[in-house]
Design a protein around this ligand. Structure first.
Ligand code: ADP
Ligand code: MG
Length: 722
């Protein structure tokens, strides 16, 4: 096995993951966790990762110290497995060495079994556009983009994690449904929660900074503002009377004292720096207040000094200034320099282009006093602040729990508002292996189309159907239909409602998707070889509880080659895997498999012909497609008519022969003969289109000018006919 110890220093989250010894799985997990730096032992074969992580920005470091320091043992108190402890030891030692400070905010290590979550391999994550779009890597247009109406940063982060790792524990999933449902029913409570959460800052980040010792006064103010919202959140959640909701908020600790401390000590709008004073409220520390009042007197003194000096010297524009280098000074503009008399006792300090700066004995003496008090004020404020920050640090664990609960409430509230807005329904989970979707929609495509234009579709796969063979012309909606099911499954297992009229699903353990090569060409990466590797990965790893989407497999190679492979893959999946598989293909020849494969069922996406073009209905119906639309599309693209007719003839022969029996090419004579015939036909079509246009004229809607124009056009068109 591989053991992965993971730490997010900004939030303090720690994980231990055990994985089968498979480089792809490992790479997958590293990407899931968005790992920036990987620490391995000297013995680790680094090349196993190279192929998988080539383009990822990840630092690889080597460290061998694996003994967990005493101070951090409590983080792994309930873990006994040596390999797990070693992995965490390697990580923590490396962190301590490189961060060079104590890491107070590290949370208890969670042991994560990949079998506790719905596993979605990397390809599927990309293909299904879970967290970003395939082409432009945008959040907008992804499932994450659609669902993320979270009020807090913690909620958004948690949502993203949940999308990549949906649950498989039926009870946990259903607890989430029940809270979402109750939030749906009580929209006042939901809206109140939403508006409260908007006032909550990124607690996890603030906690991280508190632990690192680089939180500033603003962070503490934001912490206090966030904490103050918690009792209200708790109250509202409790008012919904949902078991799961109550269980969640019961984990809140009362941190009112901490809020009170922060509020009594730190001003509303503190500066970013904690080393320049101006942080602590009056009334918090008598010592500070005393120093400050001296400081204030000094300021008053300076004002008085300025007006006294103006009077004494008669220099009206004289003023007292301050800078860091020279301290306090008296400034006289160039035009009034002559007025400065030796008896004033002014000592020149600095000459500027417009003025001279002086000091006097008296000013200098006071300056020491003023600056002295300012310095001790800043120093004292800093010390007071650090004490408060340390008090916060003592509550880190309670705050982390709070942050986690808030993240979950936030996410479920987002589920509720998205569900209401888009008419999602609560899925039902069954213990059998039957899938029943009525009126299903693709959540993201639907949201991008104009309201009401997305065509709903059903999907039924009973206990004894394992393969749905989906045929239909290009652009009819096969891929969308397949992805739609995957998204519904993922959303359902996240605990979210789903876009459909009703949904009944088993709990899946893994999802695999393979998209045929030519759908993938834009990336330039995918070759037929990669496609086959991926098919193999799915065939090797799928269990009877998995979901496989094979979209146009075999498209990337020669027709018969591809068709042969597609058929063999279908047969293999049918006999050996028995998991739910959606297989789309434009080889409608494969639909005959239904006759012999008992668990295979044909469906097709309908299209119809209208006025010489294909209209895509995007509607899925039982049975195979009745025809191939390729030739039709070629006709729409205005290929030579003689060629189109020839291809129709070849197709007929092929269909009669059930296969490719080398059809002799026709001679040029035949083509020429046909061309003449075709030309006649073209003339005919033109003539008919003129008639067609005339028929469409509405006499009542005709002005004399329009009538003249039509007449001119018609005459022109007739002249062009042979
Ligand atoms: P195929 O895989 O059969 O070539 P796609 O699934 O890629 O077809 O769909 C082609 C286009 O049709 C997509 O751009 C999509 O927006 C649209 N489409 C697909 N299914 C639907 C639907 N159910 N309702 C509305 N539009 C759809
Ligand atoms: Mg497709």
């Amino acid at each position: 096995t591989y053991v992965l110890a993971y730490s997010d220093l900004t939030t303090g989250e720690n994980l231990l993951v055990t994985l089968p010894k498979d480089a792809e799985l490992l790479a997958n997990e590293l990407m899931n966790l968005n790992v920036r730096e990987l620490i391995v032992s000297t013995q680790f074969h680094q090349r196993v990762l190279r192929n998988h992580l080539e383009s990822r920005p990840m630092t690889l470091s080597v460290a061998d110290d694996i003994n967990i320091p005493q101070f951090y043992r409590n983080l792994v108190a309930e873990i006994y497995e040596k390999s797990l402890l070693e992995a965490f030891g390697r990580l923590i030692n490396y962190l301590l060495k490189t961060k060079k400070r104590e890491l107070m905010h590290l949370q208890k290590v969670q042991v994560f079994e990949s079998s506790q979550y719905l596993r979605i391999d990397n390809n599927s994550k990309r293909n299904l556009e879970l967290t970003e779009t395939y082409r432009s890597q945008n959040k907008k247009g992804s499932l994450f983009g659609l669902l993320d109406v979270c009020g807090t940063a913690m909620g958004s982060r948690y949502l993203k994690q949940t999308i990549l790792r949906p649950l498989i524990d039926k009870n946990r999933i259903e607890s989430r449904y029940s809270l979402v449902e109750d939030l749906n029913d009580d929209f006042i409570a939901r809206e109140e929660i939403e508006s409260l959460l908007k006032q909550v800052y990124d607690l996890e980040r603030i906690i991280g900074r508190i632990s690192f010792g680089n939180a500033n006064a603003k962070d503490l103010i934001n912490l206090s503002r966030s904490l103050k919202v918690m009792p209200q959140v708790r109250e509202i959640v409790e008012s919904i009377h949902n078991d799961y909701g109550c269980e969640l908020v019961s984990k809140f600790s009362d941190l009112g004292d901490l809020c009170q401390l922060i509020d009594s000590a730190i001003i509303e709008n503190p500066p970013l720096s904690i080393k320049e004073g101006g942080i602590i409220k009056p009334g918090y520390s008598t010592e500070l207040d005393e120093i400050k009042s001296n400081h204030f007197d000094a300021k008053q003194w300076i004002e008085k000094f300025e007006s006294d000096e103006r009077e004494r010297t008669g220099i009206k524009k004289l003023r007292i200034g301050y800078n860091r280098v020279f301290g306090y000074y008296i400034e006289v503009t160039k035009s009034q320099i002559e007025l400065v008399k030796p008896e004033f006792g002014y000592e020149r300090k600095q000459t500027l282009s417009n003025s001279e700066r002086y000091i006097t004995e008296e000013l200098k003496a006071k300056e020491m006093l003023i600056l002295g008090s300012e310095e001790s004020q800043i120093q004292l404020e800093y010390e007071l602040f650090v004490v408060i920050r340390d008090r916060c640090r003592e509550q880190i664990e309670a705050m982390q729990t709070l942050a986690r609960v808030i993240a979950e409430i936030d996410m479920l509230t987002a589920f509720s508002s998205v569900s209401i807005q888009n008419r999602y329904v609560r899925p039902e989970l069954n213990q059998f292996r039957s899938v029943d979707v009525i009126g299903g929609r693709h959540a993201v495509v639907e949201s991008l189309l104009e309201k009401g234009t997305f065509v709903e579709n059903d999907l039924h796969m009973g206990d004894n159907t394992s393969i749905l063979l989906i045929t239909g012309p290009n652009m009819s909606g096969k891929s969308t239909y397949m992805r739609q099911l995957a998204l519904i499954v993922i959303m359902a297992q996240m605990g979210c409602f789903v876009p459909a009229t009703s949904v009944n699903l088993p709990v899946f353990d893994q999802i695999f998707t393979r998209i045929g090569a030519s759908d993938d060409l834009s990336t330039g990466k995918s070759t037929f070889m990669i496609e086959m590797l991926e098919v193999n990965y799915a065939l090797q790893n799928a269990t009877s509880n998995s979901l496989i989407l094979f979209d146009e497999i075999g498209r990337g190679t020669a027709t018969y080659d591809g068709m042969a492979l597609a058929q063999a893959i279908i047969e293999y999946t049918h006999h050996k895997l028995t998991c739910k598989t959606l297989f789309s293909t434009h080889y409608h020849e494969l639909t005959f498999l239904e006759d012999d494969l008992k668990s295979l069922h044909n469906v097709h996406v309908r299209a119809k012909e209208e006025k010489g073009s294909i209209v895509f209905l995007h509607k899925v119906a039982d049975g195979p497609t009745d025809r191939s639309y390729g030739i039709h599309v070629a006709k729409l693209a205005k290929l030579p008519l003689s060629l189109i007719r020839r291809s129709q003839a070849i197709l007929e022969t092929l269909e009669k022969n059930h296969g490719y029996n080398v059809i002799k090419p026709q001679t040029i004579d035949l083509f020429n003969y046909e061309i003449a015939e075709v030309e006649d036909e073209i003339e005919n079509e033109k003539y008919e289109s003129i008639l067609e246009q005339l028929k469409e004229i509405d006499i009542n809607d005709l002005t004399p000018l329009k009538a003249m124009n039509i007449l001119a056009e018609t005459v022109e068109a007739i002249k062009k006919l042979k």
